[in-house]
Design a protein around this ligand. Sequence first.
Ligand SMILES: [Zn+2]
Ligand SMILES: [Zn+2]
Length: 246
Amino acid sequence: MRPNILDELKLLWQAMLSLCFSHICVNCKCELELHETHLCARCKDSLTLLPDSCCERCAHPLPLTSNDIISCPNCSGRHFYHKRTTCLYILDETLKNLFHQIKYYRKHWLLDLFRMDINTHTQRLLQNIKVDCIVPIPLSRMRMLQRGFNQAHIIATSVGKALGKPVITNILNRKTGRVQANLKRNQRLTKQRGTFMIRRAHLIRGKHLLIVDDIYTTGSTVNECARILKKHGARAVNVFTLARTI
Ligand SMILES: [Zn+2]
Ligand SMILES: [Zn+2]
């Protein structure tokens, strides 16, 4: 459904307010210092990176430090089409608030807040992963019309720059489906089949791909995406998301 005129006016009003009050932290509403942009230092410092010891498959933090962990109780018994999952931040209340504003109030410029951390950490986090090209999880056509941008594509562009790898966006279509946020875990896991369709399989044949998305929740979306990419000839698929629920 396309946004109606009241929604458009509301967004316009919020955009004007944010221009007038751009010296206010978008999270805690405190007054920003001159050198701060969008987020105060306290809120920015509260963003927490995932620890080094995480499950390789689902990036869930584990108490162990062994490098050869390949599964965890959180994901054992599930079949994964991707090899590894790497996430940057733990999804805390600050990030939830920021993503809410990015997605539902179309504040795509807030994604700039993560560019420096992506640049600083992704090379190290992905140093053992071969990447030929980067594939952002697409939005459905309807969601793209509503939102006007794909946050996964913007994140993927930052990751591509950090790794020096190309981002390809014209190989997948996504069907319009139910809103993921409204689904429970088990529903998410079973509702994903057939979500994605390949448009140009020749672009991925034999390639090592890195799927990029904003938030890893159950992993069902990236797993289904990895399934379809491998089915159409991708040699290997790994996953990077900006944040992860724990
Ligand atoms: Zn703040
Ligand atoms: Zn796991």
